[in-house]
Design a protein around this ligand. Structure first.
Ligand SMILES: [Zn+2]
Length: 104
């Protein structure tokens, strides 16, 4: 499983950049990443993930969880455990979304 080698929050752009050990680069806006917080508080127990829209999300901290996930701590939610697989998935979805919008 790929692991992040460098996790860089860019506060002025409100973006998080993750470089993986296989050289893939994932970039997310804070709003995107916050919106997909996988915790039960944000997602409920429906079993289906949905996007939670948050105005001006504040990134407080990023903590490693074992060797499989990052706990991304938002001002309004501290519980988001983002597994590496989930982050890769989100990164790819974010990328295809921005490519789509370039074609419009
Ligand atoms: Zn949450």
């Amino acid at each position: 499983m790929p692991k992040p080698t460098l996790v860089t929050p860019i506060d002025e752009d409100k973006q998080l950049r993750i470089l993986w050990d296989d050289d893939e680069l994932s970039e997310f806006s804070f709003a995107y990443l916050r919106g997909w917080c996988p915790c039960a508080m944000c997602q409920g127990h429906s079993g289906e993930r949905s996007f939670v829209s948050v105005d001006d999300p504040q990134l407080m901290d990023i903590r490693p969880v074992g060797n499989y996930a990052l706990n991304i701590v938002w001002k309004d939610c501290e519980n988001g455990i983002y597994t590496f697989d989930y982050l890769r998935e989100l990164g790819r979805a974010a990328e295809s979304r921005s490519q789509e919008s370039q074609h419009e």
